[in-house]
Write a protein that binds this ligand. Structure first.
Ligand SMILES: Cc1cc2nc3c(=O)[nH]c(=O)nc-3n(C[C@H](O)[C@H](O)[C@H](O)COP(=O)(O)OP(=O)(O)OC[C@H]3O[C@@H](n4cnc5c(N)ncnc54)[C@H](O)[C@@H]3O)c2cc1C
Length: 240
């Protein structure tokens, strides 16, 4: 293997900035009935506030869940970003540029826990563990392709071909990085589609790699906004 090729199977999610708490849901909702006094009323009756959050979520009053912000640094292969950036509403993205910087030779290979054999029909696939031999074969074949692609990329850069043209030979398994900013409502919408979870009113069957990103974001939401998160789970993971 070329010494500078890096193979990864993990997805990086770092919460870099957050202004998000259950209280943000409460004050923004209570302006309806209390006007400018709503901020002071947040801490007055915690049990009532928790009940309000559950009520808003169950009844799909979504806008009070938008007055907060979470910014994540995500490091993942390009094929994950292609799926991720389909989520248009309440999300802002900035991704590293293959035009302005040389892309690093960091590539995705399936890890030992990734179930590789696909069985069933579209929409009803099941993924089953096919054992370490198939994983080793997938890693070996991927590495061969990555080496060839990276070599062609380097060859073009060394010859003076512009980065924006040379990059076209790189595969979607190449790692990229982006900042993604959302609010609790848009994050819950994302989680409802990009995780496969027991008790979902509308079960979804996402690709495992984007689910690995979603699971990490979910744990941040659960920590920052525990009442909102519990209400989301109790409501069958339907975004308000
Ligand atoms: C398991 C799975 C399989 C998928 N397979 C495919 C596939 O084969 N091919 C493919 O192309 N995509 C596929 N997708 C992507 C999917 O079609 C959506 O683009 C993606 O899930 C984002 O969902 P969204 O539009 O609800 O999100 P957002 O863009 O964040 O929108 C959120 C909500 O805003 C409203 N909204 C947004 N835009 C509009 C609009 N223009 N008009 C009216 N209402 C709007 C809707 O209520 C929408 O649910 C798949 C997604 C999943 C989860």
């Amino acid at each position: 293997m070329s010494s500078d090729l890096v193979l990864r199977s993990d997805m990086g999610v770092e919460l870099v900035k957050a202004s998000a708490g259950d209280a943000d849901v409460v004050w923004s909702a209570r302006v309806s009935t209390q006007g400018e006094a709503s901020l002071e009323a947040v801490a007055a009756d915690p049990e009532r506030s928790a009940g309000l959050i559950r009520y808003l979520l169950t009844n799909r009053h979504g806008t009070p869940f938008e007055h907060n912000s979470m910014t994540f640094l995500v490091t993942a292969p390009i094929f994950v970003f292609r799926e991720f950036q389909r989520h248009r509403i309440g999300w802002s993205y900035n991704e590293e540029s293959g035009r302005y910087r040389e892309l690093q030779p960091v590539f995705y290979v399936p890890g030992p826990d990734r179930k590789l054999r696909q069985e069933g029909k579209p929409g009803h696939y099941e993924f089953v563990d096919a054992g370490p031999d198939l994983t080793a074969q997938a890693v070996e074949a991927s590495t061969r392709a990555y080496l060839a692609a990276h070599e062609a990329y380097r060859e073009m850069l060394d010859a003076g071909v512009a980065r924006e043209v040379a990059r076209t030979v790189l595969p979607v398994g190449t790692y990229s990085s982006m900042y993604a900013t959302c609010n609790a409502r848009s994050l819950m919408s994302f989680l409802s589609l990009r995780t496969q979870a027991e008790g979902s009113t509308f079960p979804s069957f996402p690709q495992r790699e984007i689910e690995m990103v979603a699971e990490q974001m979910e744990s941040h939401l659960a920590r920052l906004m525990p009442i909102t998160y519990a209400a989301f789970v109790a409501a069958g993971r339907v975004s308000p």
